[in-house]
Design a binder for this molecule. Sequence first.
Ligand code: 13P
Length: 254
Amino acid sequence: MDFVCAGNWKMHKGPSEAAAYIKALREMAQPEELARLVIFPPAVCAAAVAEGVAGTEIRWGGQNIFPAPSGAATGENSPAVFKDMGAKLALVGHSERRHIFGEPDEALAKKVQFLQSIGTTPVLCVGETLDDRRWNRTAEVILRQAKIGLTAADPTKPVWIAYEPVWAIGTGEVATPLQVEEAHSILRSFLLEWSSAASAVTPILYGGSVKADNVSSLAGLNNVNGFLIGGASLDAKELLNILRLSRDARGGKI
Ligand code: 13P
C-alpha cells in the first residue's frame, strides 16, 4: 500500500495563496514524491488547486460534500462538481464536522456511499475525545464511527480511513506511538472483518499535530499508511519535509 501525506488546509488560504503553494510544491518535489501528496483545500481554492496540480500526480479532494450531485442544499458543495474539476477524494466526518457542525454517523454513512457511487474515494475520519480516552472508550468510539460510517459502503470500491484523536487536533499534543499503533490495529482488525480484500488496499492515516519534529516516531509504525496533516501542511516545504522524513523512517519505502 502506498504511503501518503495529505494536507488538510481547513479554512486557510485563498486562490492566489493556493496557486503559489502548489507551484512551490511542484518545484521542490521529485516526480515520485508528487504521487504521495494529497491536498484538501477549502472549496473556494478548489479551482486554483485543480489548475495547479493539472498534469501532475498530486491528488486533491474536498473537505466536505453533500451526498447529491446538485440540488437545494444552500452552502454545500457538490461532489459531482468536485469530481468534474479533478478531485479524486473527499474527507468525510472530520472531527470539526462532527463536533462543530454536529454531523452524526448516519449522515456520514450516506456521504461515504454517495462518494463511492460516483467514483470518488471517501476518507472517513474517526477519533475519540479526551473524555472518551480518559474513560477508556477509545476502542468503542472509533469502532462505532467506523462501523456506522461504512454500513452502506461497498468493500470493492476504494475508501480510506483517517484516525484523528480529537484531543490531538490543533493542540500540539501528538498521540504517542503506542496510542497510534493501538488505535490503528483496532481499525485494521475491523477492516479485516469487514472485508479482507478491502483491508489489504485501505490505508489508515494518522492525524493530530503531525509535524516534522514528531513524524519520525510515527511513520514506521504498523498499520500507519500515511498522515493527515493540518497546521503543518500550510507550508509546502514543511509538507514535503514530513513526507521525506517519513520515507527515511520507513527505510526508504513510501
Ligand atoms: P493538526 O495537524 O493541525 O493538528 O490538524 C489535524 C487535522 O485535523 C487534519 O485533518
